[in-house]
Design a protein around this ligand. Structure first.
Ligand code: PLP
Length: 495
């Protein structure tokens, strides 16, 4: 099957493919009942994304030229048949475009690991449900509903609940409420930015490894995601400078404070150097900062947003990690033109963010309840981090890790020859879970890394989890004929 593509043409590739196939169907070159190649194979042959072929097939299906049946693939529809066509369900997989595809296998695997019960989960980056400030949340919700319930049941401003915007603006120097957009979690902020700013083929630079959710959102736009290595001080500036000599990315996405997954924290001088580099290359920075209020020792340098004097930084944060993910309250702090472009995009997405939840979060913060909760959480998470590190040293032979000064995660390097995926399978059998490192890299690296999230489990459960992880490691190594002798786990920066 020959289909000529003109990559210089303004006609989208999927329309060119649909056109080529349509001509061949109408000319009888592709006969009725004939099978079309699976979308993945045709995509490989034509050198296009699979989603492009899926879109072309979907268009031809909507024109009545193709039929699709589960199991039998995509076939040319028989027009001339006197028999009425059998009614079959629409071929759903042909009717969806790129986005659904990006949420493929890895996320499905991930959700399976998250959902598995009866195990000690060190996989999801969630706060512990038993420590949510439920009494305060309940009392404030009652009070807000009694006082302003009817108003909150109406529409809220797209940009967010005004008192909360004002309060959040006070967190960073020089910021005004007009530069704040409240979002349904920072996931929505990332989605809005990616959808509003990125087109297929655009370059986005990310830390390698980086937050999986951001990787997926960027990849779903069809952007080229370029990874720059992270060390214990965050993104490597020299390597980033090297990339910027060759490409002009639309965005740089970074997590300077208690990075997900490595826990790395970028020192002040590197933050300044990063901003200088961004200014030289007119590079917008997206700074994602869910963890900076969770420092267990030392001080945290100011966010890039607070150091930015030329309006290059779009700042994202959330109440998910410091309070509760179920509230779904996050925010974007950005130069006014950015907020003005994102606001109509948010309007199209969900009109506005849940107003009661915004008011609850606002009052919780204003009355100092959140600060008091944070004091307790920092002490508790620190205990959990210490339990994890002690458990790793005691039970996990030859596993290297860096002890994070804050945040949620301990990032580990596995002994030579042990793959994260194999270890995860073994660990699930033992009753402990974590995330395999490769899902955090844009290019499939990280098979020898794992991420352990500590806030969600008690110190006792963490200790037991490390014992199980140690057993899983030893089983694997024994099976591979390697020495399973106990060694002290080595603490040194491994990012
Ligand atoms: C870096 C980072 N950004 C964003 C999120 C998601 O936050 P939210 O619940 O506000 O969407 C997470 C949660 O894992 C995260 O680690």
């Amino acid at each position: 099957m020959e289909i000529a593509l003109d990559r210089e043409s303004p006609t989208p590739l999927y329309l060119q493919i649909a056109h080529g196939l349509r001509e061949q169907i109408l000319a009888g070159i592709l006969p009725a009942g004939g099978k079309l190649p699976p979308s993945r194979r045709l995509a490989e042959r034509l050198g296009v994304n699979r989603s492009t072929v899926v879109q072309a097939y979907g268009l031809l299906w909507s024109e009545g030229l193709l039929d699709g049946h589960v199991g039998s693939g995509t076939v040319v529809r028989a027009h001339a048949s006197a028999e009425p066509l059998p009614i079959s369900p629409p071929p759903w997989n042909m009717l969806f475009t790129t986005q659904a595809e990006a949420v493929e296998d890895e996320l499905r695997d991930l959700l399976r690991v998250f959902a598995q019960e009866d195990l000690i989960s060190l996989a999801a980056g969630l706060p512990p449900a038993d420590l949510y400030p439920m009494d305060e949340l309940r009392a404030l919700s009652d009070e807000i509903l009694a006082r302003d319930g009817r108003a909150h049941m109406q529409w809220c401003a797209v940009e967010g609940y005004a008192p909360l915007r004002r309060l959040l603006a006070e967190r960073l120097p020089g910021l005004t409420a007009a530069e704040i957009l409240i979002t349904a979690g920072s996931t929505q902020g990332l989605y809005l930015l990616a959808r509003s700013m990125l087109s297929p083929g655009d370059a986005v630079v990310v830390e390698s490894p980086t937050y999986l959710g951001a990787l997926k959102v960027f990849q779903a736009t069809g952007a080229r995601v370029i990874g720059v290595p992270v060390d214990e001080g965050g993104i490597n500036i020299d390597m980033l400078a090297g990339v910027l000599e060759r490409v002009q990315p639309k965005l740089l996405y970074v997590l300077p404070t208690f990075q997900n997954p490595t826990g790395a924290i970028m020192p002040l001088d590197r933050r300044k150097a990063l901003l200088e580099l961004a200014y030289r290359h007119r590079l917008p920075i997206v700074e994602d900062d869910p963890y900076s209020l969770l420092a267990y020792e030392g001080t945290v340098p100011p966010p890039l947003k607070a150091l930015d004097v030329h309006g290059h930084v779009i700042y994202l944060s959330t109440f998910t990690k410091i309070l509760a993910p179920g509230l779904r309250i996050g925010w974007i702090a950005a130069p006014k033109p950015v907020i003005e472009r994102l606001t109509p995009a948010k309007y199209l997405l969900d009109l506005f963010t849940n107003s009661v939840a915004q008011a609850v979060v606002c009052e919780l913060t204003r009355r100092g309840i959140l600060d008091a909760h944070l004091v307790r959480m920092r002490a508790e998470y620190r205990r959990r981090r210490d339990a994890l590190c002690a458990g790793l040293r005691a039970h996990c032979s030859r596993l290297e890790f860096s002890e994070p000064a804050g945040g949620y995660f301990v990032w580990c390097r596995l002994p030579a020859g042990v793959s994260a995926k194999e270890l995860l399978r073994e660990a699930l059998r033992e009753g402990v879970s974590f995330l395999s490192g490769d899902i955090f890299y844009p290019d499939g690296r990280g098979q020898d890394r794992i991420r352990l999230s500590f806030p969600g489990q008690s110190p006792e459960a963490i200790e037991e989890g490390m014992r199980r992880l140690g057993r899983a490691l030893r089983h694997l190594q024994r099976r591979r004929g390697q020495s399973a002798q106990e060694h002290e786990a080595v603490i040194r920066p491994i990012v």
